[in-house]
Ligand binder design. Sequence first.
Ligand SMILES: Cc1ncc(C[n+]2csc(CCOP(=O)(O)OP(=O)(O)O)c2C)c(N)n1
Ligand SMILES: [Mg+2]
Length: 553
Amino acid sequence: MNSTPRLPTGGDVLVRAMKRHGIDTAFGVISVHNLPLVEAVSRELRFVEMRHEAAVVNAADGYGRATGGIGVAITSTGTGAGNAAGSMIEALTARSRVLHVTGQIDSEFLDAPRGVIHEFPAQLQMLDAVSVFAATVPSADRAEAVLEQALAAIGGAPGGPASVEWPSDLQYLARPDDQQPFDVPEPALPETDEASLDEAVALLASARRPVLWVGGGAAGAGAELAALAHRLGAGVLTSNSGRAIVPEDDDLVIGNFASSAAVAPLLAEADLMLSIGTHFRSNETKSYSLDLPKRHVQIDVDPAAVGRVYPAEVGLVGDAAAVLARLLDRLPGSTTEAEWPARVREVRAKVRAELYDYIGGYAEICRGLRSILPRESVVARDVTIPSSQWGNRLLEFYDRRTNIFPLGGGIGQGLAMGIGASVGRPDSPTVVFAGDGGLSVHLGELASLAGTGAWCVVLVFNDGGYGVLRNMQRANGLDVTAVDLYTPDFHAVARAMDMPYWLVRGAGNFETTLREAVQAHRPVMIEVDVTALAPQPGAFTPPVHIPTANGRT
Ligand SMILES: Cc1ncc(C[n+]2csc(CCOP(=O)(O)OP(=O)(O)O)c2C)c(N)n1
Ligand SMILES: [Mg+2]
């Protein structure tokens, strides 16, 4: 038996920083370049073993989104950090709260590349490109200060993922007791201009048919938004990431349907739009061609966002909740037409009914999910047709943290996001949507999921390939190529992962299947045979502009 007392390491420094920020879990892949970090987290907190570093970051991201806290991703230097980069792009796009800690070769070799194993001299540049903050731990006694800087950047305004690379020797040499003192910078919030607030109030107070457009930047402003919407009788449109900041069963919430045909007349009638924390992304605005009310008041924490996509008559720079609270304070009363809220409700009902009709056999699945899952359940969705067509709008959410999807549109990330969410929210079942294509990107992560034992239903929509691209090729007269894939036997895959498995073929049995699957209270798989859905759903073609298809029929 080894009786030498265990010396503290940088891992204990990381654990102390995590504890200070209320973080109890990290996701990662162990490596010779992060051993002390993984060892301390495993000992003191919880370390979740993933299989690929891209999935490590997705899981940390899903954990952060689902809990409202910070997700920690621990990867290896070189290829490990490179593997993480694609998912860091997603975290950066969504401004997720992810602390990515990766290794680096020993500090003595950092300045002069000489072919050390795992060496990648441009690692910091790469991390910098995919993070809001990236730094190298410069010395053993500066580790905690660098971690704190990264954590402060994550929580900044608007914040986002941060990366720290940590030379292996300094991971062993760092000690909690030897750390240099550090300042934790306060996030600096811009001051909102008083005159602009008055202008905005004047416009809102004279609007007859107002709408709100809510983006992810309005997270944390749910109460103020709901109060304002009801005070004004305004319809609430949202981006995908702005969903459920106001719960979607609020009957003024039209939701992520702005580009639907039935909403166009409402937008044409509206005489004022107040947008809050949104990017007006291409796939939410028909590639920026959507007609929106000309009278536009825009709230954003980033001054550069004001008027960037749609011109704004008044821009209010600041934190969404704070600005909305001030608007509510000053707003005298509402001049909204008495019939307007009813008009909003009518459109809200119409877009839903039309989509339910169009999606055929998927309607049973969409309704079944809502009837079986508790309101608190996360539904983490990969980029598959059931997400893009109806999961991203028709499937109702009540809390923003439960609506998890890759904002940047990269396939293969949904499963690991769901793993992170199910680990972070053990009290309710998590559901993952994955296409047969998207699930195959990271089949190995099913083993990670099995290892957690988490309460997670993996719902695989199998159409034998890349359905969305197949539809796109057909709709644009392109050759149908590279989309009909070899498809694994998912039942055999589930068996290999010790996951109970159900197949849904044809109509009428989804709800019963989901109920059983949820009751298993562990990782399980339901495969939906998309070709057997009845009635067959209308085709989904994504709202993507294809220049080469111009002029072709
Ligand atoms: C990382 C990444 N690679 C490629 C793509 C292009 N892409 C978009 S959807 C898709 C097919 C997804 O297939 P599947 O998961 O089976 O869903 P389906 O469309 O069949 O419902 C592909 C390849 C992408 N979005 N992201
Ligand atoms: Mg498919």
